[in-house]
Design a protein. Sequence first.
Length: 159
Amino acid sequence: MDEYCFTNTAFIHLDGQSATSKKRMLKRYPYRYFAPSQVSIETAGMMDLDVELKFHLGGLAFSIDIDKSQIEGVRDIYKALTAIAERCQAIRHDEMVLEKSFETVTGMFNLKDVPEAVIMSLPTVINQTVQKVEAGYNERLNAIRQYDFGVVFEHYLRD
């Protein structure tokens, strides 16, 4: 009863609730907040007719049963989810490095040890410098936060 969709920015789950109910719940899990992890494919014996794609999104476990005849497509999704997981981890690392760098640079503007007369002559220079640092920080942060994984899906899920 459940339906699933992997998009370039999120995983979408249409929960069928139960076989006797028409009630359905649509849930969206943006990769930005629900990074994939623990991606695996479980194949069973020769008699089974399905394979399971298993993964976690932000701590939520998913197991999707897929017809065994679709194994190549499942492998492609596995590769794409693994690549997205690695990229999300790299984004988090880059954000952390940027944040530490920003804190270090802004910490250099601690003026508690500078004489007041000097401080009074610096407001314009400090203000301009802080604005440039903040602008550079925001520009770099926007460059890092690329959570559109369309290129990954295009690479792994070719027709």
